[in-house]
Design a protein around this ligand. Structure first.
Ligand code: AMP
Length: 174
């Protein structure tokens, strides 16, 4: 299947008409793949809860947004932790029937590992694998600018592979 982001080149296309920063080549070549490229596509929306919110609230937000983790920000917007569905499942097993009224600050992970837009995707995959987590908040100059998940990284890599296969076909067909 052709990736939706990929437009097959046509005979007569002028490669010099493409800008370097936005060309398919620069967006999909393996060596150029960074966190910033994923954020450029998905945007920097931050979905968060507050430390004093209940787990019931967090569960509702996770469901509505269809995501697996939430940033925990205080009133000043400072990151206090991260809460993932794993934390909630763990607490559900520990305190059956009593989890939803508990506060997010009692379940969240406080020591959060982060990345930057310049980080290569290989590096962030290793960070996720080593740390056994699937989410990484992104800091640009110390300021929160987005969140990426392992799904975002794998998806980007799949599109890259499809594009590379198409390029090889193109070379063979001419
Ligand atoms: P996840 O695999 O992302 O659902 O999270 C698994 C566990 O790691 C949970 O306890 C999360 O709170 C924690 N966690 C998730 N992301 C991070 C992160 N970037 N830094 C530190 N801990 C995290």
């Amino acid at each position: 299947m052709t990736p939706s982001s990929y437009q097959q080149p046509m005979r007569g296309d002028k490669s010099h008409d493409r800008t370097v920063s936005q060309s398919v080549d620069s967006n999909l070549s393996s060596e150029a793949a960074t966190v910033g490229q994923i954020l450029a596509k998905k945007g920097g929306a931050l979905v968060s809860v507050k430390p004093g919110d209940t787990v019931a609230t967090a569960v509702q937000v996770l469901k509505e947004k269809g995501i697996g983790a939430l940033l925990v920000l205080d009133d000043a917007g400072t990151m206090q932790g991260i809460l993932s569905e794993r934390d909630i499942v763990r607490k559900l097993a520990e305190t059956p029937g009593q989890t939803l009224p508990q506060l997010v600050e009692g379940l969240m992970t406080r020591k959060v590992v982060t990345c930057t837009p310049a980080d290569p995707l290989d590096t962030v995959l290793k960070m996720m694998n080593d740390g056994r987590f699937r989410h990484l908040p992104v800091l640009d100059g110390g300021k929160l600018c987005g969140m990426i998940s392992i799904g975002d990284v794998v998806n980007h890599r799949l599109v890259q592979l499809e594009w590379e296969a198409l390029q090889m076909k193109q070379m063979i067909v001419g």
